[in-house]
Design a protein around this ligand. Sequence first.
Ligand code: GDP
Ligand code: MN
Length: 390
Amino acid sequence: MKIHEYQAKELLGSYGAPVPGGVLAETPEEIEKAAKDLIETSGRCVLKAQVHSGGRGKAGGVKVADSLEEAVSAARAMLGMKLVTRQTGPEGKIVRKILVTEAVDVEKEFYVSVTTDSEKAGLMLILSAEGGTEIEETARLHPEKIEQIPVSVTEGVKKYECIQAAKALGLTGQTEEELADLLKKMVRLYMEKDCSLIEINPLVKTRQGHLLCLDAKINFDDNALYRHPDVAALRDPSEEDPKENEAAKYGLNYIRLDGNIGCLVNGAGLAMATMDMIGHYGARPANFLDVGGSASVEKVTAAFEILLSDSHVKAILVNIFGGIMKCDVIAEGIVQAVRVVSLHVPLVVRLEGTRVEEGRRILKDSALPIIQASDMADGVKKAVSAAVGG
Ligand code: GDP
Ligand code: MN
């Protein structure tokens, strides 16, 4: 799960990390009031579009205002605008909330993040002295400018790791101590709240000589959310894919992707293998979808409806291995589901496992336009050619 920058800063702030002051506003009046207070005290303020995406700065989602008039006109332009960043895709994201925050005198921008290193079963601190909006380019063109420091999950950040981090950023003295303190707080937050990413980009050194988290992004492990009702309450459904929200209601494990073959599979491993095989035969999956071990009629119907509501889907591939669930029960489920949805794209079904002959007969006898596949490769090939043909 993702949260907004303002929420990430509040959370970091509650752990004692240095974050600039700010107010969340949703109407021009609220923005004006918040901007007025900041401009009266410091002469400037920054308006930041709150959408679940990075790259806002380059897309017009971050504006520094030097007067109240400027702040108000920038706010009016920003509220309701469709922000298209390199992370949102062409459909963009509508700006509904704006963070009105202190304008900071920046001396230098750094990049600092914590994430999970699944290979080493630990954490990874990632740092760069060249933070800011060009970090992706730096990572691509100058990977040597990105420092990676493995951190133990049981022991936390150690002193020598903090020294290594400060060295990577070129920080000494006061700011070296501030960095060590921040890293410890980030790691504690990461562990206590079951995060999957905490990214501060940019972390800045101000002209006054202190570190400040100017931007913050935090992602959480969905599977651990049940332990953190406070974190789950930060969810903003309007920022999430409506199809993914719908799927979650039915307990379907669905992730939207950008190809055109809709997949309905039981088991995450088989779903991954199906996606790989679609790639192997020259096409791309429109989604990952694991209907789980108990593919009930209700679940399969919901899954079809979600796939069919995606205009990118040009063919559907059902790939089911009947283990505990028998193929004839699954086939009945598919037939019942297809009868209630309006199928407007070719449907390929590959069944294998317990009572597969009975299952195939049920599909055939249904007289529905179902293309049956003899095995997985056959199913994928038929779906790929059906998508091209359709
Ligand atoms: P992102 O583009 O979505 O990652 O949004 P950021 O919050 O990182 O803002 C993008 C850039 O705007 C930062 O890298 C800074 O250079 C600049 N910026 C944001 N807030 C301030 C501020 O208070 N003062 C200054 N000088 N620059 C800022
Ligand atoms: Mn940023």
